[in-house]
Design a protein around this ligand. Structure first.
Ligand code: 2PG
Ligand code: MG
Length: 396
């Protein structure tokens, strides 16, 4: 965390139960510091959660189908507040332990409060004098798997604007691809399917065919004539037969303009991953569940040559310090980094600042529909236009 605010100490921590984009309960947190500055953060929740990520705490019982977070809220306002009140705001993460929805809101709100107290935007506070850039977005166009139950097994089919030179142009390129894809869906399946959106704002198809969304996305890109590549998140930990899917995926890579593949295998198969990374080269191969935003797992991956990019999801590890450590471990290994939202997210736009201030290079927050997704894109559009921050672009 930034070192600037060492004199600023936490004076109060509040938490509450709120709702995420799936309508599931999640944790909101407000941290106040000595200067009177305060900041809030809302915690996201994944659906395709890996075995190595820090679990969140759910109440069980009858309220909200067992998904309530009152126990997490009580922990934050009890033992966590006792531990962090009086603590320097930039060292709060050192004393945070527990379920991810207990620690992440406090970690994030404290860091943001530190930025408010320092009088600087959060991205600048995070950068602490280092380089910053607006990330290249990978944008969900079709969803399946756990994000569009009833669709196919592959989770995300995304568009990467490979030729845009500004963030605004990048968003416009993928917007045009999504619009064309919706037209193709409408022609094939009717208006309803072209209008309904999945968990991350993407389209979904009936029928469960894993290749059809890919073919439609490729057609949409070709029809627009724009420089846009395809990314796929297999989310293989959720797939019944990942080996068979990997064979299919290799064929897809030959047949379609795929530039990035995420989680093509399960999260325990380091040698399989190393193999797949070689086979899929020169594409970007992203580890999500494989690394679980854990610096040690990233270092292991680097040793094996498993993946060449890391998805960074702060709630997988529970604190911003932990997420940053994973990002730095990736960078040390020469891996690319993609800061990512969760499929259950909120209007909280903090990760736009994380991706920018940490100079991550890429961001994955869903489609260009649904306001919990657009909150992040809109923040980045503002940072480009008003703050004139440079755009990272696709690394090629
Ligand atoms: C992923 C994420 C975001 P979830 O697998 O990359 O798309 O999904 O938050 O459900 O883990
Ligand atoms: Mg993933």
């Amino acid at each position: 965390m930034a070192v600037r605010a060492t004199a600023v100490r936490v004076t109060a921590v509040r938490a509450w139960e709120c709702l995420d984009s799936r309508g599931h309960p999640t944790v909101g947190c407000l941290v106040t510091v000595g200067s009177g500055a305060s900041a809030a953060a809302l915690v996201p929740t994944g659906a395709s959660t890996g075995q190595f990520e820090v679990a969140d705490l759910r109440d069980g019982g009858d309220r909200y189908a067992g998904l309530g977070v009152r126990a997490a809220v009580a922990m934050i306002e009890g033992e966590i507040a006792d531990a962090v009140v009086g603590w320097p705001v930039d060292e709060v993460d050192e004393v945070l332990t527990g379920p991810s929805n207990v620690t992440l809101g406090v970690s994030t709100a404290a860091a943001k409060a530190g930025a408010v107290a320092a009088g600087v935007p959060f991205w600048r506070y995070l950068a602490d004098g280092g380089p910053v850039s607006l990330p290249c977005p990978m944008v969900n166009i079709f969803s399946g798997g756990r994000h569009a139950e009833g669709g196919g097994t592959v989770q995300d089919y995304l568009a990467i604007p490979t030729g845009a030179t500004t963030f605004a142009e990048a968003i416009e390129h993928v917007w045009r691809v999504r619009r064309r894809a919706a037209e193709l869906v409408e022609a094939e399946h009717g208006r309803l399917w072209s209008r309904l959106v999945a968990d991350e704002g993407g389209l979904a198809l009936p029928g469960g065919d894993d290749e059809r969304p890919l073919a439609l996305l490729a057609s949409a890109i070709a029809d627009t004539g724009l420089p846009v590549g395809i990314a796929i998140d297999v989310a293989a930990t959720q797939v019944p037969d990942p080996e068979a899917l990997l064979t299919t995926l290799t064929r897809w890579c030959a047949d379609y303009p795929i530039v990035s593949v995420e989680d093509p295998l399960g999260d325990n198969d380091w040698t399989g991953w190393a193999d797949a990374t070689t086979r899929l080269a020169p594409r970007q191969v992203v580890g999500d569940d494989l690394f679980a935003t854990d610096a040690e797992r990233v270092a292991t991956g680097a040793k094996y040559g498993a993946a060449n990019a890391v998805l960074v999801k702060p709630n997988q590890i529970g604190t911003l310090t932990g997420a940053r450590a994973a990002l730095l471990a990736a960078r040390a290994a020469g891996f690319r980094t993609v800061v990512s939202a969760r499929s259950g997210d909120t209007e909280d736009d903090t990760i736009a600042d994380l991706a920018t201030g940490w100079n991550a290079g890429q961001i994955k927050v869903g489609s260009v529909h649904r306001s919990e997704r657009l909150a992040k894109y809109n923040r980045l559009l503002r940072l480009e236009t008003v703050d004139r921050l440079p755009y990272a672009g696709w690394p090629g």
